[in-house]
Design a protein around this ligand. Structure first.
Ligand code: BEZ
Ligand code: MG
Length: 572
């Protein structure tokens, strides 16, 4: 191997290790009524301090450190994809400052930073005062009192629902969570961030496939758009090449077209599948998105610069239909219905060919939320043919991750949505789409492929002793969480063929073939161990993984042993 290639490989490996190391992972489960531990707090506070927070009059701590070190553009440094000693230096100074804060308080951290790199005290102090306030709120916990109060029918103070890093005002917990004013979405901040993310998404696709996708499928969730104040919505608008406009009451109800000459890319066709929760919470936003697509489709622009217009014209040519029957791009469940059921089908191993999963997704989600030719609102009309056609043009699917607490292998909902739609596209477009994710967890806007994200989550969580030991402190429930992660990982094989075989190998090695670990797990929760083992065998049977025969034998023995033990317990 040439020396240059080797160096590049080492740097790539280094970057990946740093990424895993810096990933904020929840260690253990939240116990209702109990406050956070110190070690979790340090990581959390470091993340909180990493963002500009104009609403609190504070700037990002890494930025202050960078400026004190004489670095011109910290933002440019952040977006760089390769390793950098400067970035490491900044991170380590921030980390140490937060440690000082946790140990000795705000003044001490301010002094240390001023002494270490000459950070202006007047700028760093407000950050640490904010952290002090957050710490105080993390240390108090009224969850049980509030629950009892609510059960007695008492008034419970309201508080916003969001992620702590996104919005520290969610603290203290144990309040009556309120969601969002849908008319406020997307916020200016969400729109600014979305521009960076959407551009990065298109850039990545272009680099990988040599062109922009003919159409994109986006998954929009309710809770996600609450927490990010509409980043997903803003991404869709940006891809279409439009901006939201606010009316006299400051409500985002109108659309402004960004002229082609000001766009970095053609107007993208976006097929949006929104969750039932999103539909229920964000009716005005759905109308805004529908309006945006209609306005863009009606623009007199060349097809090569306006993919919405091109795809809709194609559909009208194909079946001689009307504009209003071809333009719907906002899909969800039938009114009153929720979810795709793809997760249930996968978990119960009840599908024969992968197409079944994609077809189920469309059956559940092909209800268009749009308007008719007279401008009357249509709230969920079955439009399978329209969705089939829209998906047949899709070459990339995408979803935003909104919180460090819940990632794509923590719950079955990511694979039911992003996996489900990707499988639906694969059949309709006759090609597997590129599948991307990004997260709103860090100040960086980084696009990852699904495969990269699964590797990262597997390394940071499922196979990370820090994560699974944290889970195992919760005994029975912890083993169930490990099993859940493996099942959800399996869901990505089922819907998107996106799991490297080594992941199954390492899961087997870590939890089942290591006799000490196996015995611990079996004592705590034999039921979950049995499910986990069966899942790995199923992964083999479905061709996702090809272990050595002796490994397979061992797995089958485990299942057999656990079943006979269970039978003994039942008959005893
Ligand atoms: C949502 O926030 O829309 C959502 C949450 C969980 C599962 C599916 C959707
Ligand atoms: Mg669930």
């Amino acid at each position: 191997m040439a020396e240059k290639d080797r160096d590049a490989d080492v740097i790539r490996l280094y970057d990946q290790l740093v990424e895993i190391e810096q990933r904020l992972i929840p260690t253990g489960l939240h116990v209702f009524g109990r406050h956070a531990e110190l070690k979790e707090k340090t990581d959390l506070l470091r993340m909180v301090a990493s963002f500009d927070r104009p609403e609190h009059g504070t700037r990002a701590l890494p930025k202050l450190v960078a400026e004190a070190l004489g670095i011109e553009s910290y933002d440019a440094l952040l977006q760089e994809t390769t390793a950098s000693e400067t970035k490491d230096l900044i991170d380590s100074i921030v980390f140490e400052a937060v440690q000082h804060f946790c140990r000795d308080g705000a003044d001490s951290a301010v002094e240390w930073l001023s002494f270490r790199v000459n950070v202006d005290r007047a700028q760093s102090l407000p950050i640490f005062l904010l952290l002090a306030n957050i710490t105080k709120q993390l240390d108090s916990n009224n969850e049980i009192e509030s629950l009892l109060g609510a059960l007695r029918g008492e008034y419970i103070l309201p508080g916003p629902g969001a992620d702590i890093v996104q919005n520290p005002n969610v603290l203290p917990t144990g309040r009556n969570t309120h969601a969002v004013n849908p008319y406020s979405v997307p916020s200016q901040r969400a729109f600014t961030r979305a521009e960076l993310t959407a551009d990065a998404l298109l850039r990545r696709h272009f680099e990988e496939r040599g062109r922009y996708p003919r159409a994109l499928a986006l998954v929009l969730w309710g809770l996600d758009n609450i927490k990010t104040q509409g980043e997903g919505v803003a991404q869709a608008l940006h891809l279409l090449g439009v901006r939201p406009v606010r009316d006299a009451l400051n409500r985002a109800t109108e659309i402004e077209i960004v002229p082609l000459k000001n766009l970095k890319h053609p107007r993208m066709d976006v097929v949006m599948t929104v969750s039932g929760i999103f539909r229920d919470l964000f009716a005005p936003t759905m109308a805004l998105l529908d309006k945006a697509v209609r306005r863009v489709a009606a623009l007199d622009e060349p097809f090569e610069m306006n993919y919405v217009r091109r795809n809709i014209a194609e559909k009208m040519d194909l079946d001689g239909g009307e504009f209003d029957d071809a333009v719907g791009r906002v899909f969800s469940n039938a009114p009153g219905n929720y979810g795709t059921n793809v997760n249930f089908m996968v978990m119960q191993s009840e599908w024969e060919t992968a197409d079944t999963l994609g077809d189920l997704f469309v059956t559940r989600k092909c209800f268009a939320y749009t308007r008719d030719s007279k401008g009357r609102t249509i709230e969920g009309r079955e439009a399978r043919d329209l969705m089939d056609h829209a998906l047949s043009r899709v070459e990339a699917t995408y979803q935003n991750i909104d919180s460090f607490e819940v990632g794509i292998t923590d719950v079955d909902h990511y694979f039911e949505y992003l996996g489900g739609i990707s499988k639906a596209v694969e059949k309709r477009a006759q090609a597997r789409p590129a599948i991307y994710l990004s997260d709103s967890l860090s100040p960086q806007t980084k696009i990852r492929s699904l495969e990269e994200t699964i590797r990262l989550e597997t390394r940071a969580k499922t196979l990370n002793p820090k994560w699974y030991e944290g889970m195992l402190q919760h005994g029975f429930r912890g083993v169930a969480e490990i099993e859940n992660h493996v099942a959800n990982t399996f869901g990505w094989s089922a819907t998107a063929d996106a799991v490297d075989p080594w992941i199954y190998t390492e899961v087997a090695r870590t939890f089942l073939l290591d006799s000490e670990m196996f015995n611990r797990l079996q004592k705590l929760n034999p039921h979950s161990v049995s499910s986990l083992t069966k899942r790995l065998i199923e992964a083999h049977d479905r061709g996702y993984w090809n272990p050595d025969e002796e490994v397979l034998e061992r797995l089958r023995d485990i299942v057999g042993d656990l079943e006979s033990q269970r039978a003994e317990r039942v008959s005893a």
